[in-house]
Design a protein around this ligand. Sequence first.
Ligand code: MSP
Length: 649
Amino acid sequence: MTTYITTPIYYVNAQPHLGHAYTTIVADTYSRFKRLCDNNVRFQTGTDEHGDKIVEAAEREGVVPKEYVDRISGMFRATWPTLQIEPDHFIRTTDAEHIAVVQQILQQVYDSGDIYFDEYTGLYCQGCERYLTEKELVDGNCPDHQKPPEEIAEENYFFRMSKYQQQLIDHINKHPDFITPERYKNEVLSFLSEPLEDLCISRPKSRLTWGIELPFDEKFVTYVWFDALINYLTGIGYPAGENFTTYWSVAEHVIAKDILKPHAIYWPTMLLSMGVPLYQKLHVHGYWNVDDTKMSKSIGNVVRPKELADVYGVDTLRYFTLREMSFGLDSSFSSESIVARQNADLANDLGNLFSRTLAMVKKYRGSVIPQPGDYTEEDRLLQEQAQKMLVQYREMMGSFRFHLGLQAVWEFVGFANKYIVVSEPWSLAKDPALGERLDTVLFNILECLRFLALVVQPVMPGAALKMAGGLGIGLADERLSSLDKGGQWGLLAPGETLQEVETLFPRLESEKKQEQGGKKKQKQKKVQDSKKQSQESDEGLISFDDFKKLDLRVAEIVAAEPVKKSDRLFKLTVKAPEERTIVAGIAEHYGADELIGKQVIIVANLKPAKLMGVTSQGMVLAAKSSTGDGEKLVLSTISENVLPGSSVA
Ligand code: MSP
């Protein structure tokens, strides 16, 4: 099997931040996962170096564009290895081969009659580097850049995108996995339900010279998106290269929702016009925000991945981003949440399992892998859990549900930790007559560690390497490099010696002093607020005006996961109609499966509050009902489904 996975090529008008890092970590993890599945993999990333934005950025720095793009492209290229990201190819749109092929394609499309010359007046957004339609504007502004677009009238070349509208709709309907998660497919289909306009694909040189010249009119350069999208082909040697033949038919693109339209509409219609088969899949993820606020230079909250890796370690950063974000939904970064994951999932659960196991084998068997005896029912159950985990892991990692893949792995970590508790190796060690049982138990836990080293590899290559070292085998060994071969129980070799390794994940200080000070203030404020509230409600009755202040809405639950270290709390992701996180104390009353798809009533305008490190943006209403066994919470629902976000009056 073959895999070709790509990231967007990043603009070189800014340095790499957490958002760029996430997409590239996703693509790297997927490529490592596919290698574990014995696939022939090609992973490509790169930089997008033409267009207005780049010229402006170079001017700001007082250098010529070429000097500027070389520098920033170099920064992107240098960042990836520091995050253990290993692309097979790094493409730049200023590469001579890329430029030559873009010109060749332009000429071909022009000759076929799909490019024509016309005058056009449109609303141009500098930030998006494209014309916007009236419909896309929100209060007259570009929704992404919060600025009104400029009205520009000029003569330009146009690509007959509209000609391929129906063919594209048919393709999307015929291939349900073409654009995933589904919400983005629906967004594209909804956009395509209106007539598509043709795409302006040139810029007069009088306005922009930093671009690829049109081969049929030297007074113009190519629109940056027409140039950029073609990187996915030029990077594999289109039209005649061997890599093109090998990889194009399986191309999968990873992007965030900001560039859905160019990838889901411009790109397939360009391919249709060129007579090149469409890519296989488009995987679309949401945005990383920081402390629930959009990351932006002007707010000064841009998170640099290299700095995070320096503080928390590369493995923790990679694990955190993949575990924390449900692929497709937005997520919020905070130092508290990464510390919580490091301490709970990595140091406590996985790290502890690893170190206590190696310590026991050292103490009881001089670090030599023991020969197991007959397996008991308990052992078989553990082995079944390992197989179950592998099945779920494969399915989830292969379908870009990384958080669920990791959840399955961590359930297995929990199972292995329980197995130790139940088997009590320390008691077995006291009685020499139980030596064979102790050997079996120790062997089984070591096998669990081997399974874990195998599956965490794509996400945390560094930790996997350390684990492999501890188990005395190299990562290249097929017991650790192939899910098919390594996924069988009992492959460790009795008699071989384990090696000492340093702690996998150190525990981190959970809160910085500075933050604690801030917290105290917050707590104090909360107390004051609640005092105020109780005074206000002294009279018992509220006015209609007070009631009107409540923003009650119908919200649809799209994801639910337990909050770490809490038996009571669920972190819900709801649509109301925008996506938000609500923490609800219903974990003792509902399972996650029952919640997904439920429409509930929420208070949407509560001030955000942090519960066990998770910020809740609202509250779910539920009835408290007393039963014989105590109190039960029953969620408020409505009698028939309505559009998420509908107000409750
Ligand atoms: N150059 C174009 C892409 C051309 S691809 C043929 C471009 N570049 S970009 O530098 O703006 O990168 C956009 C991409 O960076 C997003 O699609 C996403 O992959 C990543 N991210 C940038 N900010 C992000 C977040 N805040 N959160 C998650 N990912 C984000 O668009």
